[in-house]
Design a protein around this ligand. Structure first.
Ligand code: 5GP
Ligand code: MN
Length: 342
């Protein structure tokens, strides 16, 4: 964040504001952790702040302090709309174009109040007066830590805020293993633990929450895995029927895609998940090294994300989507075969 932006934020926050904090649709650990951490910070400064999420999120994220104060735009629609319409300042966190917030795009687009973006995805859209956008960052949570630090308030981080921030850093870095994890990320995590983040408990609360249904669903996904050694690629599929049989709950498929990357020599892993209700196939892409899944998702599956983690969707059937995906690979053969893992 540059000096002018920090000064502009300081000025905005020196006045009482009605603030709405928004993460992307289908919020993940980084989205919920960053919005709640910022919410605590703003409340502690005496601001009127509300987190409004576009839709529901998994149970394993619902333990963070402040969770019960979150408004769900789908479920608490009129209350959410009223907050948005009355807002004098909007923060958008962990996304960078308004197409990522589903139905909430409409009321937000109508606003004329300042927007502040805090985000680490590529190619930010131009809707925010103040943009703290940095693709080199591990997570939006690490950026919220920096944001608070830039405002001179790192020493005011409470144990609740520390746990929220730690959660998003942990989930977005795959527990500190992805290449976005820097020495600074570890320093921030260390400071958060000093500030009261319950690191062991957080790992347990987020990752040790399996149900028998989820493990059986993982079994189906692993069974369905197709390994394309010529392209160092592995993909999995899950049909709506398989989801139904194993009583799928939101968040159950989180992390499944990563299993493909645990195969030796596999550098590109994908999961295709049928969603009959929305009439789409939701896709997650992961890579290690320099193969950009962000570009791949952008070019072929109406998506995007980061170099090593991206998402997208398809309107074809599950089988046709997988076949179409396979048909794209020959064009990427050399990229998939000349990679370095770093
Ligand atoms: P996931 O595969 O876990 O849903 O998402 C991985 C990354 O890609 C996240 O950073 C997420 O924000 C981004 N992402 C997921 N789905 C989409 C999408 O449909 N469009 C865009 N632009 N990004 C996505
Ligand atoms: Mn993120």
């Amino acid at each position: 964040m540059n000096f002018e932006d920090i000064q502009a934020v300081k000025k905005l926050l020196s006045e009482p504001q009605k603030i709405v904090i928004v993460p992307h649709k289908n919020p993940d650990g980084d989205a919920i952790g960053s919005t709640l951490a910022l919410w605590h910070y703003l409340k502690n400064r005496g601001q009127d702040a509300t987190v409004v999420v576009p839709n529901d999120y998994p149970k394993f994220l619902k333990w963070m302090a402040g969770n019960d104060e979150i408004l769900n735009y789908e479920r608490e629609n009129s209350q959410s709309k009223a907050k948005i319409e009355a807002a004098t300042l909007i923060f958008t966190l962990d996304f960078n174009h308004l197409g990522r917030i589903g139905q909430m795009e409409e009321p937000l687009k109508k606003l004329t109040v300042p927007f502040i973006m805090i985000d680490h995805h590529q190619e930010p859209a131009n809707y925010a007066e103040i943009m703290y956008s940095d693709v080199s960052m591990s997570s939006t949570c690490e950026m919220v830590y920096n944001f608070i630090d830039y405002l001179g308030d790192a020493d005011t981080i409470t144990p609740e805020m520390a746990s929220c921030i730690y959660t998003g850093i942990m989930t977005d870095t795959g527990s500190f293993k992805f290449s976005s994890t820097t020495a600074t990320t570890h320093r921030v995590a260390a400071h958060l633990i000093e500030k009261g983040a319950k690191n062991t408990e957080i790992h347990h609360r987020v990752f040790d929450t399996n149900t028998p249904g989820r493990l059986h669903l993982l079994g189906s996904a692993l069974n369905n895995m197709v390994i394309l050694t010529d392209y160092n690629t592995a993909y999995m599929t899950l049909s709506q029927e398989e989801l139904d049989v194993h009583e799928y709950q939101k968040g159950d498929t989180e992390g499944f895609v990563n299993y493909g990357l645990t195969l030796e020599d596999i550098i590109f892993a994908v999961i295709f998940i049928e969603n009959k209700e929305e009439g789409i196939i939701k896709i997650s892409f992961r890579s290690v090294g320099n193969f950009s899944v962000n570009e791949f998702a952008r070019n072929h599956f109406e998506g995007g994300g980061h170099n090593n983690a991206a998402g997208g969707k398809s309107n074809r059937t599950l089988l046709d989507t997988a076949a179409y995906f396979e048909s794209l690979l020959p064009d990427y053969k050399s990229a998939l075969n000349t990679h370095s893992i770093s």
